[in-house]
Design a protein around this ligand. Structure first.
Ligand SMILES: O=C(O)C(=O)C[C@]1(C(=O)O)C=C[C@@H](O)C=C1
Length: 275
């Protein structure tokens, strides 16, 4: 079973379909929210997976996913990663008549300039495919949605314009998640990455530098470092760090442990490609 944000035709479902081919797992279950995906996995006993967006090339991190990775740390780990091109379409009845545009907040943000140019009122909804469903059920020319071509086709609406994101290259990174301890057979080839969350012991000069120095000492290439609020007080942060997994990763983690309040290893996983 693979859980994802639905309904059918969402970008998450498109990503889940690609993962389903890779995993040889055919059942995809569409959920109402990213939170539901985590919760379904928490309650699942079998080898279920979830597919959730983690980062976008225009808008940056999907903060809900980042926060839930920490909140569900006792149960859930990352098992894979896949980047998908996002080619947003204007979906509806008649472009000239649109006054109100429905979509997921990430998609609205990725098309901010385009929407501003047309002076449309925006309505955030739970996913891009949900937006198309709503526009179909409203059935009036004044409304439109921003979504995939697949969603337009699925709910029988017209693609009025394609590639409407503000920057041509629009890529969203999706991660494959599951309960900790799952055995996913990784092919020998391809890049392997890891993600950790670290909290510094105290706010003092060089505290973050000391951690980064350890990565340097182990000759490890970082691919992302991002701070999120610790949610304890304003100006207090935790750090999400992705890196190319070294052979001696256990030694690296041991070395880091001496310099942090905590380190949470969210997984070492394969970076999948679409073919
Ligand atoms: O709304 C959808 O279709 C989703 O799958 C969510 C989501 C996201 O949260 O980033 C996925 C890809 C796009 O970046 C826009 C929206």
């Amino acid at each position: 079973m693979i859980y994802c944000l639905g309904p059918k035709g969402s970008y998450s479902e498109i990503a889940a379909k690609l993962f389903s081919k890779i995993l040889g797992e055919n059942t995809i279950v569409c959920c109402n929210s990213i939170y539901d995906v985590f919760q379904q996995l928490e309650n699942s006993k079998n080898n279920s997976y979830g597919v959730v967006p983690s980062e976008n090339s225009i808008e940056g991190s999907v903060s809900l996913t980042q926060d839930l990775l920490l909140e569900f740390y006792d149960k859930i780990r990352i098992y894979g990663e896949l980047d998908i091109n996002i080619n947003h379409c204007l979906v509806g009845y008649n472009k000239e008549k649109i006054k109100k545009i429905y979509s997921h907040p990430q998609a609205l943000a990725q098309c901010r300039n385009y929407i501003k140019k047309h002076e449309w009122v925006t309505v955030p909804v739970s996913s891009t495919a949900e937006a198309v469903k709503l526009v179909k059920s409203i059935g009036r020319e004044e409304v439109g949605a921003i979504a995939s071509k697949e969603a337009a086709k699925l709910y029988n609406l017209k693609v009025l314009e394609e590639g409407i994101q503000d920057y041509r290259n629009n890529t969203t990174r999706f991660i494959l998640i599951g309960r900790k301890g799952l055995k996913l057979e990784l092919k020998e080839d391809g890049i392997k990455k890891s993600t950790v969350i670290v909290k510094l012991i105290e706010d003092r000069p060089g505290a973050l530098y000391e951690i980064l120095k350890i990565f340097n000492d182990f000759n490890v290439n970082l691919t992302r470092i991002e701070s999120r609020p610790s949610k304890e007080e304003l100006g207090n942060y935790i750090f999400y760090i992705d890196y190319i997994t070294p052979e001696n990763e256990e030694d690296l983690i041991e070395a880091l442990k001496g310099h942090v309040a905590y380190i949470k290893h969210l997984g070492s996983y394969r970076v999948f490609s679409r073919n």
